[in-house]
Design a protein around this ligand. Structure first.
Ligand SMILES: [Zn+2]
Length: 326
């Protein structure tokens, strides 16, 4: 049997360059910091970039998960539109996103990937969703997750899992997992779902595991086992030449298939869960990360194709739930 492999994309959302919000608005003193090529982080990731990503996923047969932040940075939401832009642009983005199904599973990265909200009043709580989450229980996390999932239901998109903004819920993971099961049951009637929280660093022997099996509900942890190597494409590299891109691709898998973290995962018995961030694929408009991903996917398909198989997050969850120890 071939080893399952998945691309796990964090931080997509319509129009808003969420990473810019994180750096310029959430980190004191960082406002306006330019990248290595002297430009500030751009405000908008244009819809055309999503089209290019969808084209690449289709062309290379990539599978995995695609997060969507439903109300990014408190600037509107995926149902009503993003503040400052014509609502048609958000609608067009969401229509384009449907091209990714069923290769990529969808799920929220909580509500806004910014300051946590008081659900009753809509007021910001003055701490990020990450910080807020660490002291919560299933009683408070379930309605919060249900609110995030409800945006998807309203937009007509199935969300089969969730992703943690930052390390959301890591200090109370048992409560968080119980909340995922309850919120998925409530909003989508789902009994099997997945979540992305753990690692984000290289764990060559890492595989998903069943985090909860109770009352007919199963929740599977689908970890990031291959770290995102593309951050420098935002800040340092600017536009890379072919050699520069090939060198970055080598970190994932060399052109002879012998070196790189993905072959190391296969050797160690792990299932590669490749972490990438939307802003790292876009590379502040250079699209360097996307070009590197394309090269990596070609190498995976041509050199490792008889050993690996692209699967979606829900497929990872199904296989893990059905497998030994599941
Ligand atoms: Zn994120």
């Amino acid at each position: 049997m071939r080893t399952p492999l998945a691309l796990l994309v964090d931080d997509p959302t319509p129009l808003v360059h969420l990473y810019r919000h994180h750096v310029y608005d959430l980190e004191p003193g960082q406002a306006g910091t330019p990248t290595g090529d002297g430009r500030p982080l751009a405000e908008t990731i244009p819809n055309e970039f999503l089209t290019k990503f969808c084209d690449l996923v289709a062309a290379r047969g990539i599978r995995g998960k695609f997060s969507i932040v439903p109300a990014p940075a408190m600037r509107g939401d995926i149902v009503r539109g993003i503040a400052g832009y014509p609502p048609e642009l958000t609608r067009a983005w969401l229509e384009e996103v449907r091209r990714l199904a069923p290769a990529m599973d969808f799920g929220p990265e909580m509500i806004n990937h910014s300051y946590a909200l008081d659900l009753a009043t809509g007021a910001q709580l003055g701490e990020t969703e990450h910080t807020w989450s660490q002291r919560q229980s299933r009683a408070t996390l379930t309605p919060y997750l249900a609110r995030a999932l409800a945006y998807f239901r309203e937009a007509g998109l199935e969300a089969s899992g969730v992703t943690s903004p930052w390390m959301f819920g890591e200090a109370v993971e048992g409560e968080y997992v119980a909340a995922i099961a309850a919120a998925q049951r409530e909003v989508f009637g789902r009994s099997l779902s997945w979540y992305c929280l753990r690692w984000g660093e290289d764990r060559p022997n890492g595989r998903p595991w069943v985090a909860l099996r109770q009352d007919g509900n199963v929740v599977v942890s689908t970890p990031f086992t291959v770290a995102d190597r593309l951050w420098d494409t935002i800040w340092k590299h600017g536009r890379l030449d072919r050699g520069g891109m090939a060198a970055l691709a080598d970190v994932y898998v060399t052109s002879d298939g012998r070196g790189g973290i993905i072959p190391a995962c296969l050797a160690a018995g792990g299932w590669p869960g490749i972490a990438v961030h939307w802003q790292c694929l876009w590379s502040n408009g250079h699209e360097t990360g996307l070009a590197v991903l394309d090269e990596v996917a070609v190498r995976i398909n041509t050199i490792l194709g008889d050993r690996v198989e692209w699967v979606s997050c829900l497929d990872l969850a199904r296989r893990t739930a059905a497998g030994p120890g599941g």
